[in-house]
Design a protein. Sequence first.
Length: 273
Amino acid sequence: MNGFADHLMVRYLQPEHVASLLVPQDDPDRHRLRSLLAAVYEPALLEVRFVDSVTVTGTSFQVPVSAPVTVRGSWEKLLPDIAQARATLDIPAVAPVHWIDLALETVVSARVTFTSGALDALDSEDLSGLSEDEFVAKFGFLDLADLMRRAKAADYGELQAQFPRLYRLHYADAPPFDPDAPGRTYRLRISVLFFPDLDLGAALRRLVQCRRALDDTRPRPDEYDGGALLAASAWLAVFPAAALASDTAPVTGQQVSDLLAAEGFVAAFEDVA
């Protein structure tokens, strides 16, 4: 046996090693797992305060992902009768083009808090007597040009005619976090790719291609009760820790993590020696 990926596949046959990949010993606050959760579940209305547990319900190695191929065509007949037909077909790829080194199905239990309160009040104000300058001075928090563009109004007078009153929604303060409140559970697919070296450009290209292929082939709801669903899976890139051990290493582990996080991915470093 040789190769970084081979060593990791054998290692992750053991559930305790998978657990340490998701929740490292030096990560007591479970930032890695929270980052994986945030890569799929947008924290628009809810904020994860604590991750209580993660349960791995399924483990698969070398999972193929085939991006669909879209074929568009047209047919036209001119004589004796004019007829036209157009169609779009999604055809599965003939062979898998991407491989997920380790696919994990998990259930994450977390305690969350609301980031905004419920609608508390609604009020309105008459705009018909305000000049454009008065409107700008009074409602400085609004971008008047953008408001007119969205309303498809040619000028301020037309905006007044369409919307003679300005309505404002007032939301109550978010309730305080209750650590004793029941937690929520989230089903989270985690796709893990192994990279034998620190070629970050190649790693990002592979991550983006795999994520796009999986999103195209794995339907998901548009939203959940706390925001939007951002992807079909969270993505974890595993690099060899030895690549960072040298004093001449071109980057630090934190720099690698920051770069991948900017694109919605999570980095990990493993020592296979």
